[in-house]
Design a protein around this ligand. Sequence first.
Ligand code: GLN
Length: 304
Amino acid sequence: MIDFQNVIEDIYSDLKHTTNKGVVASYIPELAKQSNASFGIYLKPIDGNNCHVGDWDTPFSIQSISKVLALSKAIAFEDNKIWQRLDVEPSGNPFNHLTLLELENGIPRNPLINAGALVVADILVTHLKNPKQDFLEYVRNITNDQTINYNLEVATSEQQTGFKNYAAANLLKSYNNLNNAVDIVLDFYFHQCALEMNCEQLANAFYLFSNKGKCVNNKQHLTLSQVKRINAIMLTCGFYDEAGEFAFEVGLPGKSGVGGGIVALLPNNFVIVTWAPGLNPKGNSLIGMQALEQFTTKTNRSIF
Ligand code: GLN
């Protein structure tokens, strides 16, 4: 039997004092207030005890990690239809790149780059009666935690500076791949990205992707086929132009965000969350990737 608490404590003490911790995102001014000294890990096994170390209970901005939660809600509404407006190929490009969108006639490469997430946001705005409130309720329900909320300062901060996202949304609109007004879709998207959670809450939110579509409340939200697809997209597209590197080093489906969080999971086994706000040049948490590489290497737990 592996002592998982011991493993994550070893990883924590090994990485906590490394000198190169990466650079905190500053293009969303509110995120620049974070310290790259923060570091936490939370492991939630399907069977067995939860383990945690460091700053696992400090809330942070989940940013792009929210794209997976939004996709899981949109898939429940439209299932196969959604793939007429979105592709499922890795982009090999940064998360906010626009070139491929124009080359490929307004069909985003996948739902986890920004352009794809804006199409998903558009689907949610179409189907939800009170989009921001209803999406928040969904996240609270699958996590079984009514305290989760949007950080409105972060949402406003991105609203004032997210010019590339305005560009992407306008481009999508010009290709008739947004049904709602650009400003309404962006307002929803900026709030979705500004969801704030700690490592434990994120592990609970992503539990359904490792537990055959059933959330922590044992309620079925997704079919097995939907879970397969979402996990496949995380594996191939969850880390932008570093998805290959993450699969190579870590070997798990996962998703990163510029707030410094990473969620990764082994289907039917566990969800693991790391938070370390210093990013590498590709926009993924530097220490978080190293911690997850050590975790799957030390425990021999990966999809491969
Ligand atoms: N809200 C951020 C953006 O749209 C999310 C980016 C990320 O976490 N990679 O730029």
